[in-house]
Design a protein around this ligand. Sequence first.
Ligand SMILES: NC(=O)C1=CN([C@@H]2O[C@H](COP(=O)(O)OP(=O)(O)OC[C@H]3O[C@@H](n4cnc5c(N)ncnc54)[C@H](O)[C@@H]3O)[C@@H](O)[C@H]2O)C=CC1
Ligand SMILES: O=C(O)C(=O)[C@H](O)COP(=O)(O)O
Length: 375
Amino acid sequence: MKIIADENMPYVDALFGDLGEIEYVNGRNLTAEQVCDADVLLVRSVTKVNAALLDNAQKLKFVGSATIGTDHVAVDYLAERKIPFTNAPGCNATAVGEYAFIAMLELAQRFGDTLQGKVVGIVGAGNTGSAAAKCLEAYGLKVLLCDPVKEEQGDSREFVSLDSLIAQADIISLHVPITKVGEHKTWYLFDEARLNQLRPNTWLLNCCRGEVIDNRALISFKQQRDDVKLVLDVWEGEPNPMAELVALAEFATPHIAGYSLEGKARGTFMLYQKLCEVLGLEANKSLTILLPPFQFSQVYRQDELSEGQLLSLSRLVYDLRDDDRKFRDCFATAAGFDQMRKNHTYRREYSAITLKSEAPVIPLDHLMLRTLGFN
Ligand SMILES: NC(=O)C1=CN([C@@H]2O[C@H](COP(=O)(O)OP(=O)(O)OC[C@H]3O[C@@H](n4cnc5c(N)ncnc54)[C@H](O)[C@@H]3O)[C@@H](O)[C@H]2O)C=CC1
Ligand SMILES: O=C(O)C(=O)[C@H](O)COP(=O)(O)O
């Protein structure tokens, strides 16, 4: 069996090595010729999976995308051809939630402010939005959710409209899929008019898809409104973000909000499980053996935790400042953007750290940290 896999998908050898011969490819430049004799195709978000790529791949038995988003996949086309497809819903939700939370802690420190006491609006209350809300609520913040789709589906959480969220929130974090049609379409959800609604000093984070914000309108807006602070992980026109916008963002990264090792491993593992199911095989490998040990696996803590200390602890798993610096050095070329993503193999989730205390009673802060995700 021939398995074609994106070269940036980790743990493929460990999980798929027994199932067939693996060929690694550059996902962004994948051609129809390269996949014409594939039995299995494993992709990430940079590969357009459609008729042009797959019409000649007549042996294809399975397509898997180790991503949450599916906007790069013509799912109707695969269904028509009866080719089983899976993505990996939720695989990197914790990573995105922690990225957003840590970015807010970083902004607070950079601008001599505190995160504690702020009201945060989450737009899109699915896996990544809920993961961000979990961190924020663990830290005691008020969270407003806007998700008209979930609201219509009868989700029991409390929701507000987007207008109401914008009017109340100090911080807005975007967590929607990119959709171009329908009542709740998200393409340019934040256009010039919406951006002009933002309250003074709002922090706006985008870790979902670049086109959820009109990037040109954002440039003009931010040029007038320096009080608004931006954290941007995703960009219109990736892998070529607009240089003016990168310069205007407080923190800028190349679409890696979901790139924890845990999230990547879960993504590949979910494809492995699904392929085994499709092939009628037992999935007998385990996710836990995939991850390398973490250098700060145990942390001893006694004292009451300040916001600065929480940020220091967070930087053990993810130092956003480093990625922001690297990105500004390399984003100017598409190769630089992709290379940084390819080499991004160092980030862990809070769960990689086990908290220890020598005090007889577990400090109260440990409960908050455990709700955040620490062990
Ligand atoms: N930067 C990164 O590395 C990553 C980006 N993503 C992006 O984030 C998106 C969201 O991921 P998940 O939360 O896991 O997806 P999800 O499907 O679990 O949640 C998305 C939520 O957005 C809601 N929604 C749809 N249209 C909306 C609208 N107009 N207003 C408010 N809410 C709306 C949906 O009802 C759903 O609850 C993905 O589709 C993907 O594009 C996901 C993972 C990593
Ligand atoms: O899961 C998604 O959706 C994402 O946006 C991915 O985390 C992006 O990573 P790649 O699939 O492009 O490696």
